[in-house]
Design a protein around this ligand. Structure first.
Ligand code: SF4
Length: 363
């Protein structure tokens, strides 16, 4: 009875470490591709958001490979995500698959809820073994995010385009393969050293925040690899969400008492003082909080996502002024159109910086 879960960014790597550590039979679906999107779109109601369609397509691919226990996000919440697993189960049954769907309600029982599900999947492995496998999975997630943060800084200034991406691909594979903490440490330190050694140009890159809905921010296929495209245009990106941070703030009590999510929500309060579901509240807060630090913001919003539609409408009216480019992500989003918009946005930011520099000199 192999278990699976939809892909999103690199999240399959820590889960693979967790499942392997506990001897759980698992099947990871292939990376998201056009086929995933086509399958998901074909079987979904048209008006649903891209996370629904992509995860459905990815579950079908995993079922084709033989998986029959499906781990999917669930739980309560203001957006429709909490109900998606029921609709997806109905669609998959109608197509003719048999499986067990296991909703993971991270909002209710947080870390403990996930541990209990994992314990059941592992045929009641001892808690000590579960905790130790979990810790190793989290260490892999932290490692992946640390390397990726560095890639974001190197990509816009690398002398030879593509160098950081090549190192990153090798780093992800090495972290995935690492059998223990020692191997993991070697993989990370080697990759960071390689990135430090990349030949760079003298440019002072534009800094652009990437914010928006969780899935489209974290899954490069759904946003047509926007971070990489901005890097190629000489832009350093600062992503609002990393899975390792999200786990810290959403699954555990933060031991230091600093909750970044709360800080972002407080920043949004003058314009929006309640949760509107998904990540809409945080999208507004990111703009307000970072207006003085970033040159601009790229806001990724799934088409028909109500929380991000609300955020999109508030953003132009905040006192904190900073250019925002909202990109609506769905199956109709095409690369040439997106690149044209990114290039125009970056041109605008460069001109704004030149004007600001000229004004400062004149004064
Ligand atoms: S937040 Fe938006 S995109 Fe995400 S699941 Fe909810 S409705 Fe869909």
């Amino acid at each position: 009875m192999p278990v699976t879960m939809p892909r999103m960014g690199n999240i399959h790597i820590p889960f693979k470490a967790l499942f392997e550590g506990l001897g759980i039979d698992y099947i990871m679906p292939p990376p998201n591709t056009q086929r995933t999107m086509t399958l998901g779109t074909k079987h979904s109601p048209e008006g649903l958001c891209i996370p629904f369609k992509m995860t459905l397509g990815n579950l079908i691919e995993a079922l084709e490979l033989g998986a029959d226990k499906l781990l999917v996000p669930g739980g309560y919440g203001i957006c429709r995500l909490g109900y998606y697993f029921k609709t997806q189960a109905q669609i998959l049954q109608d197509i003719g698959y048999s499986f067990e769907m296991i909703p993971v309600g991270v909002s209710e029982r947080k870390f403990l809820g996930i541990m209990e599900i994992v314990r059941r999947l592992s045929n009641n492995a001892p808690w000590a073994k579960i905790v130790s496998s979990f810790r190793f999975g989290i260490a892999k997630m932290n490692a992946l995010d640390n390397v990726e943060r560095k890639v974001h800084r190197v990509r816009p200034v690398e002398a030879v385009r593509g160098t950081a991406n090549r190192i990153y691909a090798r780093a992800v594979a090495a972290i995935d393969r690492a059998p223990d903490y020692r191997g993991l440490k070697t993989a990370v330190s080697g990759s960071l050293a390689e990135l430090d050694g990349v030949a760079r140009n003298e440019a002072r890159p534009m800094v652009v925040g990437i914010t928006g809905e969780f899935y489209v921010v974290l899954e490069p296929f759904s946003n047509l690899d926007v971070e990489n495209e901005l890097g190629k245009l000489g832009v350093e990106v600062r992503r609002s969400t990393f899975i390792s941070e999200w786990m810290k703030f959403s699954l555990f009590l933060n031991p230091l008492g600093i909750n970044e999510k709360k800080r972002v929500q407080r920043a949004a309060a003058p314009y929006l003082n309640r949760d509107i579901g998904g990540d809409g509240w945080e999208s507004v807060g990111e703009k307000v909080l970072h207006a003085g630090k970033y040159d601009g913001i790229v806001h990724l919003a799934p088409f028909t996502c109500m929380p991000e539609i609300i955020a999109q409408n508030i953003m132009p009216h905040t006192e904190e002024q900073i250019p925002v480019l909202t990109i609506l992500c769905d199956e109709q989003l095409a690369k040439p159109g997106m690149l044209t918009r990114l290039e125009a946005f970056v041109d605008l930011l460069e001109r704004k910086r030149r004007v600001a520099a000229g004004t400062a000199k004149a004064n």
